[in-house]
Design a protein. Structure first.
Length: 241
């Protein structure tokens, strides 16, 4: 401790090194830093507990995984049959990973009420524009594909068809009543887009008019051959595996 003796009074403090016992009458005046250090010394247990809590909170924050980003899409709230006309409660919003959202997925603000589903939907399945009847029938088809309606000579064949079934369309015709019959392949391996099983009371065609009707996807060349084929003979299908 550095002191300087005066003739008329006690020693005068002249340096930073000091102890309370060295100063007559108590500790000398100190700076704010000295007061802070003394306070920390008196409350060291409290400070240790606070630092421990802070360290634990930081560790928990670092170890807790961040919530991944999601996108809201519409999914089926229950199993829905093909041709079902959508109404309130049939679809619900669900949050999925952006990488799992298919192209054309319906969003909460998409207009879908009253639309018909083009095929059966499972509960929880994401609904896309391809899931609805209408312009979405040709989604995913080869560029230039056209939707062509056909009327079959044997309507009972339609009971064997499902959406996406590949068929070969054959035209059977003859000259006169007893003339030889010829079979012509109009289109090979064309997918079925729509059948009467997908139509209900709100379907594409009235029930009395859609007997024997189906819609297939065809190229421009095939579409010309398929158009009005029933007027040139009998139209049959070969179902392909």
């Amino acid at each position: 401790m550095k002191t300087q003796t005066t003739a008329t009074g006690p020693p005068v403090y002249t340096g930073p090194a000091w102890r309370s016992n060295d100063w007559p009458g108590g500790p000398p005046p100190t700076s704010a830093l000295h007061r802070l250090l003394r306070w920390m010394a008196r409350h060291r247990r409290l400070l240790a507990a606070l630092l421990l809590c802070l360290a634990a909170a930081i560790a928990v924050q670092q170890l807790t995984p961040t919530k991944p980003p999601t996108t809201a899409v519409m999914v089926a709230s229950r199993d829905l049959p093909a041709g079902h006309a959508l109404s309130d409660g049939n679809l619900v919003a669900s949050h999925v990973s952006p990488g799992m959202v298919p192209d054309g997925a319906l969003r909460p603000d998409s207009p879908w009420a009253g639309r018909q589903v083009s095929g059966p939907l499972r509960r929880g399945e994401v609904v896309t524009d391809a899931s609805l009847l209408g312009s979405g029938l040709l989604i995913g088809a080869a560029p230039g594909s056209q939707a062509v309606p056909l009327r079959l000579s044997d309507p009972s064949t339609l009971g064997l068809l499902r959406q996406g079934q590949l068929v070969t369309v054959v035209l059977s015709s003859s000259i006169g009543l007893d003339g030889p019959t010829t079979n012509e392949v109009l289109a090979e391996s064309v997918p079925v887009l729509w059948t009467p099983a997908l139509a209900q009371s709100t379907g594409l065609l009235p029930a009395q008019e859609n007997e024997g009707i189906l819609v297939v996807a065809a190229t421009a060349e095939q579409a010309v051959k398929l158009a009005g084929a029933i007027s040139r003979g009998k139209v049959f299908l070969i179902l392909l595996n």
